[in-house]
Design a protein around this ligand. Structure first.
Ligand code: EPU
Length: 330
């Protein structure tokens, strides 16, 4: 159930289909303290045994509306839908919105919680609202995009007073029938933006994104990982300048919408000399050192945790920057 492919058992595993199922589980008290998983692409079970209950949505139903007067199409997708399958379905129908997120492993529920992102796009750019089930009150309601308080790999769901209080059961995604290519990511801009005659379609964008991913990231069918293991650290402009002057070195980063500087964790890890690090069956992925892989196929959770600590220590020593994991530790 997780893309890392590390051995882990749980106390109880419950798969459900609908909000009605959740209501019944709520009445029996089975949802209390349960851990909800999606595609398991951002989870690390640190030991081989988790005594609690693990919940998973098995519902993969979706519905595409007809275009409204503004050429917008609404895609209502249940939490268990595979994100990449929806990316393909939309690209095949020439619908704009999900193409840059192609190839990201995981399900819609996880994408809505995690605000997944890649190649200049984030889930928050396309989600209109999400439907949630409150495990404390047993109610179902919707939250608008704004109410989800999305940030970089962040949302309101990560800041609940009791973790797991709200379960995302579905998301409504707003798609466009008119061309809307997002070319902020330099290699995509180079491919399409600098060649005005080459008008990309959603499928061309999807193909380009998948090619870029394949060039850098491990194939999830062959090598277990959780994608980016760490977040790209964000520093104030002053702190970035100070860091560059103390180290007498240019530290690459992008200016964010708030004027802060988002550093490249991959670059920091590479420059700190961590590419050769490994522990047990876990090692650093050579073409994208932000990714920790289950290299031998039989790594244990503790190998990954030890390697994570080795990388955090090395980057702290080299740059004084504290990396924080994107992957959720259970
Ligand atoms: N780099 C190195 N050494 C290397 C490889 C890369 O220094 O060996 C540096 C290069 O400077 C490169 C930079 O890393 O330009 C950035 O690499 P990349 O373009 O792959 O982007 P990223 O910031 O490292 C983020 C997301 C990825 C997403 C890519 C592409 C995070 C934590 N990660 O990585 O998301 O695919 O951008 O948009 O924000 C994921 O979340 O699982 C994930 C894979």
């Amino acid at each position: 159930m997780t893309t890392f492919g590390l051995p882990a058992e749980c106390g109880r595993f419950i798969q459900y289909e609908s909000s009605e199922d959740l209501r019944q589980l709520h009445q029996t008290g089975a949802l209390k303290g349960a851990l909800h998983i999606g595609g398991g692409s951002n989870l690390l079970f640190t030991t081989g045994r988790y005594d609690g209950t693990v919940l998973h949505c098995a519902n993969r139903q979706y519905n595409l509306s007809t275009p409204d007067g503004n050429g917008k199409v609404r895609l209502e997708a249940s939490a268990g839908c595979i994100l990449d399958e929806l990316c393909r379905i939309c690209a095949e129908r020439n619908l704009w919105g999900l193409e840059n997120l192609s190839g990201i492993p995981g399900e819609i529920g996880g994408a809505a919680v995690q605000n997944v992102g890649a190649y200049g796009a984030e889930f928050k750019d396309v989600v209109e609202h999400v439907t949630v089930f409150d495990t404390e009150t047993g109610e179902t309601f919707t939250l608008s995009n704004e109410e989800c308080r999305y940030g970089y790999r962040d949302s309101i769901f990560k800041h609940m007073e009791s973790p797991g209080k709200l379960i995302v059961t579905a998301a409504t995604i707003l798609l466009d029938t008119s061309p809307h290519p997002r070319l902020d990511y330099a290699p995509l801009k180079k491919l399409f933006g600098d060649t005005p005659l080459l008008r990309p379609t959603p499928m061309m964008m999807r193909d380009a994104v998948i090619l870029l991913r394949n060039g850098k990231l491990p194939d999830p069918r062959k090598t277990g990982s959780a994608g980016s293991f760490f977040k790209n650290p964000v520093l104030s402009k002053q702190r970035h300048e100070l860091m560059e002057s103390v180290l007498n070195k240019e530290i690459p980063g992008h200016v964010t919408s708030t004027g802060d500087i988002k550093l490249s964790a991959a670059w920091l890890i590479d420059q700190a000399g961590c590419k050769s690090f490994s522990c047990g069956g876990a090692s650093v992925w050579q073409t994208q050192p932000l990714v920790i892989v289950n290299a031998t196929g039989d790594a244990a959770g503790k190998d990954v945790v030890t390697l994570e600590c080795m990388i955090i220590d090395a980057v702290r020593q080299a740059f004084g920057v504290e990396l924080s994991p994107e992957v959720i530790h259970v």
